[in-house]
Design a protein around this ligand. Structure first.
Ligand code: AMP
Ligand code: TRP
Length: 336
């Protein structure tokens, strides 16, 4: 297959934030523009690796899909769907689980972080999560997977599982997926602590700009963002030991599709009292059309559901032959 096929996904847990947007979604939109074949999945089956309230899961699944579309993923060009609507993900996961060594899963750092000290009580799903992610990718024979740093280890495992299967069955059924490295703003930090990533799970709402925040809330959060007392420098090096300043400058740059060093030439010498209102303007200008579109989409859930169903149908068409081939190679009768 010479054509690029991109697959990525986000979990429907809490609201998406500026980090998700600048670090992932905005890049997905660029990939779509380049004309690659894209599948963007809302990974609801991954979300249930920790307990979820069913109503919240339903609402978040639609919200994440609405965020994809509002950010510029076009459902007529890319396939948008909930993972659970394509049975192949769970089916392939089981088949691949039988050829994944526990030793490898034991080395996954995300499991260690999420399970914490209580690994004995963590669910099997949380432990097996990377196998489900491998299934997501291999099911569609995706060639490129845009992921953040924290997911590279899972992607490497997907590559290993693909080669184990191919080797065992003397086939070339599965393609080795390549990571897709994201641009400059790949890491947006917390507005309250420049050493921590902006995260959905941070207990402080003030730490993140959520994609459903209105203009007032965005302005308030930026005004309250932690800073230092110095003026802005004229070079990127001048931001090195100033994590909060560096973060705000890099957000300001990324929202305008520029680099930090490009924007520093305009803002060097300014105090935060002057720079923050500029950042508020840029953030509100950029984000409010997205928020408005998201709210429109969410006001009619039947339309979102229709889009997701149409996406799931297309995804199923790609997934079903892979499942059938896999099962046949493994020796199942394939009577279904
Ligand atoms: P998560 O919010 O952890 O489910 O991540 C969904 C996607 O957003 C992944 O591709 C992450 O790499 C990306 N992402 C999450 N938080 C940030 C952040 N603070 N900065 C940049 N990218 C992020
Ligand atoms: N594990 C990813 C995360 O937490 C989400 C994910 C699930 C994913 N399946 C995927 C990302 C397949 C890329 C490809 O961010």
């Amino acid at each position: 297959m010479s054509q690029k096929r991109i697959l990525s996904g986000m979990q429907p847990t809490n609201n998406l934030h500026l980090g998700n947007y600048l670090g992932a979604l905005k890049n997905w939109v660029d990939l779509q523009k380049e004309g690659a074949e894209c599948l963007f999945c809302v990974v609801d089956l991954h979300a249930i690796t920790v307990p979820q309230n069913p109503d919240d899961l339903r609402r978040s699944t639609r919200e994440v899909a609405a965020a994809y579309i509002a950010a510029g993923i076009d459902p007529t060009r890319s396939i948008i769907f909930p993972q659970s609507a394509v049975p192949g993900h769970s089916q392939l996961m089981w088949l691949l689980a039988t050829m994944t060594q526990m030793g490898k899963l034991n080395r996954m750092t995300q499991f260690k972080d999420k399970a914490g000290k209580n690994a004995e009580k963590a669910g099997l799903g949380l432990y097996a999560y990377p196998v489900l992610m491998a299934a997501d990718i291999l099911l569609y024979k995706a060639t490129h997977v845009p992921v953040g740093d924290d997911q590279k280890q899972h992607l490497e495992l997907a590559r290993e599982i693909a080669s184990t299967f191919n080797h065992r069955h003397k086939s070339e059924l599965f393609i080795q997926p390549e990571p897709y490295i994201m641009g400059e703003a790949a890491r947006v930090m917390s507005l309250q602590d420049g050493s921590k990533k902006m995260s959905k799970s941070d207990p402080s709402e003030k730490s993140r700009i959520s994609l459903i925040d209105n203009a007032d809330t965005i302005a308030k959060k930026i005004r309250k963002a932690r800073t230092d007392t110095e003026a802005l420098p004229d070079t990127v090096e001048g931001l090195e030991s100033r994590p909060e300043a560096k973060n705000l400058v890099s957000i300001y740059a990324a929202l305008q599709g520029k680099t930090s060093s490009e924007v520093l030439s305009d803002i060097a010498g300014k105090q935060f009292s002057e720079f923050k209102p500029m950042l508020v303007d840029v953030a509100v200008d950029h984000l409010s059309p997205i928020t408005t579109r998201m709210n429109e989409l969410l006001s009619d859930t039947s339309e979102i559901d229709r889009i997701l169903k149409a996406g799931a149908d297309k995804a199923n068409e790609i997934a079903t032959p892979t499942i059938n081939e896999t099962m046949e190679m493994m020796g199942f009768l394939g009577l279904s």
